[in-house]
Design a protein around this ligand. Sequence first.
Ligand code: ADP
Ligand code: MG
Length: 248
Amino acid sequence: MSTGELVIDDLRAGIPGREILQGISLTVRSGEVHAVMGPNGSGKSTLAHVIMGRPGYEVLGGTVTLDGIDLLALPTWQRARAGLFLAMQHPIEVPGVPLVDALASARAAVPIDGSASSTPDIMGRLHDEANRIGLDQRLLDRPLNVDLSGGERKRNETVQLAVLRPRFALLDEIDSGLDVDALADVGRRVQDATDEWGLGVLAITHFHRLLDVLVPDVVHVLAGGKVVATGGPELARAVDRTGYAGYV
Ligand code: ADP
Ligand code: MG
């Protein structure tokens, strides 16, 4: 069981000439689910990208640490190696590379379940996880995300997460494009992971429905690159009822 914390402290970041994140602080502990909500353009995806180290963004101040390790000093692959995973809002197509190959290389680079010596049966786990989440097994051999429906891409991301077993996952609208049943499958898989290996989750979402399954310990509302409200699950319900008008 993983224990640790992902600490974001006064993070300021943006693109050249524009500060998008204006001092974000939050701490996700192992096993916790933090939801990040907020209007379009408030900086939610930027937050996920900056934590993961996507090129094109610059950090202007603050820190992001995983158990004290300075993530911002590391290239993206080493952040993954430290135990971080990002499910992107718009998963990219990787022509020519099927999921099975992508995962095999990822597992080779990332210590497995925190231990480089253990070698679980990746293919077995992949098929189990695909079954568990209702992802058609035939998709596992197809090029990554090419010609997949929105829902299939999100199930696909969730399967990757479940096979790789990162310590902390950033989920950027993992629920977008999912029908009610897929939403429940994805939400439940991630929720189970918080118990199974103590996954810590930062889940960006607009919808309360995901959070009925993936139950947040803490909900943050982001507006204009700042956390403008923090609360429990009731905050997500309030946002659902009243919209963001009261927070921006
Ligand atoms: P959200 O995910 O909350 O909808 P984003 O983080 O995607 O918001 O974007 C926040 C703001 O920063 C938006 O105005 C967006 O256009 C801008 N932005 C984000 N990333 C980039 C980028 N790579 N280049 C230019 N503008 C960007
Ligand atoms: Mg976004």
